[in-house]
Design a protein around this ligand. Sequence first.
Ligand SMILES: [Zn+2]
Length: 256
Amino acid sequence: MAVIINAKIPLLKKGYHRMTLPFGNQKLGDDDYLHKGIDLTGKTDVSGGYDDILAFADGEIITAGYLSDTGYWVRIRHTNGIITRYMHMKKGSIKVKVGDNVKKGQVIGSMGSTGNSTNRHLHFDISYPGNVVLKHGGFYVSSQNVTYVDPIPYVTGEKSIATSTATSKYTTGKYKVVKDVNVRTGPGTKYPRVMYKGFTANAKEQIKKLGGNPKDNDFPKGMVLTLKVFDQDENGAWWGECPTGWVFIKGYLVKT
Ligand SMILES: [Zn+2]
């Protein structure tokens, strides 16, 4: 599945980029494989085909180097411990070093095809700190101590990593459900409800552990959820992210 991103995006210097691989579970051969970010290609007539890669937000460089799978890559740590990663960069193109503070939009290197890559592209991903469960269109896969999120709402400006948790009046912890609450794929009623059908075995296990309704994954009154990430909908109302999706807080959840 290829999705066109038809506007300039705050990751690559020139406009018009094509997403060649989305975030989430992919079927590659016999195995499910979790793609932790998005792959983007650029126009070959831009900068000789090596479009410049931009820092997605202000932050500190915590990696600038090479690994056999990532190729030449950079990691930036932002507000709240959120980390963005940029992989497969062109050899010799990295313009930052560990410890540098970078500004949003600053050139950090150029698109390449180093490491585990067959075509020139940028792999970009965003992760939140914390051992929670990955989320993508109803599929959830546990990971080690970080949660990767679909970068698209951030790339399109729908969400901001700078404000996603910094201004939250809610804090990480256990919340008791005081009124039956729906679970949705994102922070707002415009996002579809998370339904049990189609979940991976791992996700089913997670929902059972949480005591959720096996049919529609609503959370009944009396359940206790751990919320770690908070975000506001377009009306300014707060939602919390639990291991299987997002829930509306006010009137439905009370911190324990
Ligand atoms: Zn990738």
